[in-house]
Design a protein around this ligand. Structure first.
Ligand code: ASP
Length: 342
């Protein structure tokens, strides 16, 4: 850590606990798969990591106790509001969110687009429950707090501290169902590392986020209703019936997890072209898990009125499309410029 980024006073880090495996409990310590996520309260989780005291003063809150597979819009909206309120306080230097691994990448990108502060926001999680042998949550939490308290972690958008690596919210994705090192940032690589109270960054985040983002929650009504955006997958033998059903149900947007470079089965493409005639926005992404979906390459986007997702995976493309539609931006050319920028 260089002198220029050392603080003069002890930092304060807010922690928001939402549940997940990091708060999971099993009957016996040898159980690492059969357990209940999101049951242990934040006070007990923190008392297992007294070393946090050597890094920052902590202010913790329990905002939810869920398995993140069950996450919904209401919790995303509540999280953004709470993060914005806490980070507006002068005496809070950074913030950590304890989350489940299943949808961590989605929440990270949601916050990346909707938080209005440059202070560090760091998500962390665990692959093994709190009660397990070799549970990974305590060290991940310690590293997340270290990162949130590190002044040079500011203005890099939302970060994830996991298994000693620092990932950017836009890049990270879960790549293993069981491994302790369950996340990767395909194509772009990690932003840096956090080890033993030391933080090292290797690159900056170039896409627009947080305070420069145009996406703000004041466009969302009090019922937490966001435009309905669903994901469909292109595969051998796929039929158009799913798309037709979504259109009939009044869906506002569809993200296609295409094959390869976002290519779409001819049958599915026919249904999607029909969806466009019903004013449904359609974004082309890829089911491959890494790489880039090139505009006007595997499909004539401009002719069909489609938008290409670039390096955003289908789940993150859904978030960007949902927020764009919530702001009233549905023209393909406008959507494409947003997908090229965020
Ligand atoms: N199902 C859990 C969750 O996402 C998995 C985990 O946290 O690792 O909440």
């Amino acid at each position: 850590m260089s002198e220029s980024v050392l603080r003069q006073r002890r930092p304060t880090v807010a922690i928001l606990a939402t549940g997940g495996t990091i708060a999971g409990e099993a009957l016996v310590a040898a159980q690492t798969i059969g357990y209940t996520a999101g049951v242990i309260g934040v006070d007990r989780l923190l008392s297992a990591v007294p070393e946090l005291d050597s890094v920052a003063a902590i202010r913790a809150e329990q905002v939810a106790s869920i398995d993140s597979k069950d996450l919904d819009n209401a919790l995303w909206i509540a999280l953004t509001h709470r993060v914005n309120i806490l980070l507006a306080q002068d005496d809070i230097d950074g913030l950590v969110i304890m989350h489940g691994t299943d949808t961590l990448e989605e929440t990270a990108y949601w916050l990346h687009l909707t938080v209005s502060s440059e202070k560090p926001v760091v998500l962390t999680a665990a692959m093994r429950p709190f009660t397990a042998l070799s549970a990974d949550g305590a060290l991940n939490l310690f590293n997340a707090v270290t990162l949130a308290a590190y002044p040079d972690a500011a203005a890099r958008g939302v970060l994830v501290a996991f298994a000693n690596r620092i990932h950017g919210a836009r890049d990270i994705t879960k790549v293993s169902t069981y491994a302790i090192d369950a996340f990767a940032s395909p194509e772009s690589g990690v932003l840096g590392w956090v080890h033993d109270k030391r933080v090292e960054f290797q690159r900056r985040v170039t896409r627009t986020h947080t305070i420069k983002s145009v996406f703000r929650l004041n466009v969302i009504n009090t019922q937490n209703l966001l435009p309905v955006v669903q994901i469909v997958v292109s595969h051998a033998g796929v039929e158009g019936i799913i798309v037709d059903a979504l259109v009939n149900a009044g869906t506002h947007g569809i993200v296609v997890a295409g094959t390869g470079n976002g290519s779409i089965h001819a049958t599915l493409q026919k249904a999607l072209v029909h969806a466009r005639t019903q004013s449904v926005s359609v974004v082309r992404s890829s089911r491959v898990g890494s790489g880039h979906v090139m505009h006007n390459a595997a499909a004539p986007d401009d002719i069909l009125g489609l938008v290409s997702a670039g390096t955003l995976n289908p789940y993150k493309a859904r978030i960007l499309l949902m927020l764009s539609l919530a702001h009233g931006w549905s023209e393909p050319i406008v959507l494409q410029s947003l997908f090229d920028r965020y």
